[in-house]
Write a protein that binds this ligand. Sequence first.
Ligand SMILES: N[C@@H](CCC(=O)N[C@@H](CS)C(=O)NCC(=O)O)C(=O)O
Length: 281
Amino acid sequence: MSDETYSPPEIWTWDADNGGKFASINRPVAGATHERELPVGEHPFQLYSLATPNGVKVTILFEELLAAGHTGAEYDAWLIDISSGDQFGSGFVAANPNSKIPVLVDRSGDEPRRVFESGAILLHLAQKFGAFLPEDPRERTEALCWLFWQVGSAPYLGGGFGHFYAYAPTKIRYAIDRFAMETKRQLDVLDRHLAENEFMAGSSYSIADMAILPWYGALVLGKVYDAATFLSVHEYEHVQRWTKQLWAREAVARGRRVNRAWGDPAGQVRERHAASDLDRS
Ligand SMILES: N[C@@H](CCC(=O)N[C@@H](CS)C(=O)NCC(=O)O)C(=O)O
């Protein structure tokens, strides 16, 4: 159990029952805990995921590709219940040695290819379909900068601020102050950029927007960590404008429902194997 007067011992040892929200799934070692193959559906892309912000990035891109007429982007989305440890099954670990959702198996070529890390999945699909990655060299570079910015920055928001503000068993002022400051700094980075640009890459909607929206857009709409008031998210008016503009897109709304296993039952599409799965519920 953590407290503000903790003196670290000479050698750290694992206290499995540390009282944290994720104590039952967090471990200091990698690898599989049990044998379980991943299911395979009929489409060229097999996604194993959950509708967390990292998972939703990819389902938004799939829905945007399909809405743009890329019929080859049909996908099966299988539910991975991370609170039950599905990410430690042998098939999942073979697809992602890091045991985190989302993971994609691209079966559209001669042999199946695993793609893990949400940013890599977005880039893989954008390059494959020649979509949502601007052709203009300046905007393309901007899109990549912001894509990698998101991958490097969101752990401070989720693993830092969100963890200590919403999930830690004790409220540690030092940790909350440190990560609230960094989260507000990141929101200000976005706000200044979006004051002068319609989208993250400039004038075109890209995978950079799809990576950032489920984290920072959800934050300023008060949908994650119940922290909208605490972080005064109304101050970031350009992030608010951009979020509302993208949140209204039908493909974004569809993508947000795929692999959702909580909240309003009408918003849950636990698995997606056909477009009609989203039309039905
Ligand atoms: N850097 C990874 C992070 C993925 C990640 O943190 N996934 C979380 C859910 S949002 C997860 O699978 N957690 C399960 C665990 O830590 O065991 C990415 O962007 O794909």
